[in-house]
Design a protein around this ligand. Structure first.
Ligand SMILES: [Zn+2]
Length: 97
């Protein structure tokens, strides 16, 4: 079930609203389909944030906001690791936390 709604905000204006408190969480779109696409993006982002929590980077030990079990390196280390060795990014190679 969606936590967000697309509602008309005026003539040819559609926006995404959060159901919980009715707050508008997007800009205005001229078409429903554009607003609905924005709603999907916002929902994905919201789900991602809900799963994230502080973890220590496995490489440098810095505490950072991880997006989940697949994400154990801070951004700078991930960027470096991605350049040096793409294999370390493979989630299947990592045991479950
Ligand atoms: Zn790091």
């Amino acid at each position: 079930m969606s936590a967000f709604d697309v509602k008309r905000a005026g003539h040819h204006r559609y926006s995404v609203y959060r159901k919980a408190d009715g707050a508008r969480v997007s800009g205005e779109y001229s078409q429903f389909s554009l607003a609905d696409a924005a709603r999907l993006r916002i929902e994905r982002e919201s789900t991602r944030r809900a799963k994230s929590r502080a973890r220590d980077c496995m490489t440098c030990g810095t505490t950072f906001m991880s997006e989940g079990a697949h994400n154990r390196m801070c951004d700078p280390c991930r960027t470096r690791a991605g350049r040096l060795d793409a294999q370390i990014m493979a989630p299947a190679a990592w045991p479950e936390w």
